[in-house]
Write a protein that binds this ligand. Structure first.
Ligand SMILES: [Zn+2]
Length: 251
């Protein structure tokens, strides 16, 4: 199932799963280029993050985003970190790929092009989190570590946590080597003799192993490679392509 597109705001999608809670969570498509300003070569300076945040009624200048190093590292975000990585890599939250927050009005975001955005919300404790997960984050156990971070920091019960999965490369297109295929054996399909990783399934399995009910996960279903006309794909286009942004903010 694909998350519904917000009416009147082209390129902005919101998860239905969170719509009945005081939280805003969504992602962008190719309408915007959400890379850090330093990465927007050769011409830096787009204000796409501003436009996207305006559409979701989120304060763009307060956005917090991580450096993204394909790790399992998670940061607890607090008020004084507002604006870290809002636009620039040089002040982004260093050496991390996951963030959690309990305070209202602090938007958290990750940028992706094939890797998954995993967006978590606990309506009981009113806590939120977001993670950037590719195979290396998965290998580091980042989805499950996000659940543990909710439990340890906010005393959440995993069965209360709701999860949205943004656009990512899917089993149709995500070819991986033998080593990875054997490590993620339960989440690999074979197509024409090649191994393809089912990243979404592997993320859900990791969350479920930590106690998150499978029916609490809303997956937008988009394959960035198949739907490359609407979404950026690192594998199809290379490192110089743009990035989508996924966000969550407690109201
Ligand atoms: Zn595909």
């Amino acid at each position: 199932m694909e998350a519904a597109e917000v009416s009147n705001e082209k390129g902005i999608y919101q998860f239905q799963l969170f719509s009945s809670y005081p939280v805003v969570a969504g992602y962008s498509d190719r309408t915007f280029d959400m890379r850090f300003l330093e990465d927007q070569l050769p011409v830096p300076g787009s204000n796409d993050r501003e436009l996207f945040c305006q559409g979701l009624q989120i304060p763009a200048a307060d956005l917090v985003t991580p450096e993204q190093i394909h790790s399992g590292n998670i940061i607890l975000v607090s008020e004084e970190m507002k604006g870290r990585g809002a636009f620039r890599r040089d002040n982004a939250v260093a050496r991390s790929d996951g963030m959690i927050v309990k305070e209202k009005g602090i938007p958290l975001g990750v940028q992706t092009a094939d890797c998954a955005s995993v967006i978590l919300y606990d309506p009981q404790k009113h806590a939120a989190g977001i993670a950037h997960v590719g195979w290396r984050g998965l290998y580091a156990g980042l989805p499950g570590k996000m659940v543990a971070a909710f439990t340890n920091n906010f005393l959440c019960r995993p069965k209360d946590i709701r999860v949205g999965l943004g656009p990512m490369i899917r089993k149709c297109c995500y070819e991986v080597g033998w080593e990875m295929a054997s490590h993620f054996a339960g989440c690999v399909v074979t197509k024409k003799g090649k191994n393809h990783l089912d990243l979404s399934r592997a993320i859900v399995a990791d969350l479920h192993a930590m106690g998150v009910p499978k029916n609490h996960v809303e997956d937008c279903g988009v394959c960035t490679s198949c739907q490359n006309d609407r979404f950026y794909s690192y594998r199809r286009e290379g490192n110089l392509t743009g990035r989508m942004l996924s966000v969550i903010m407690l109201r």
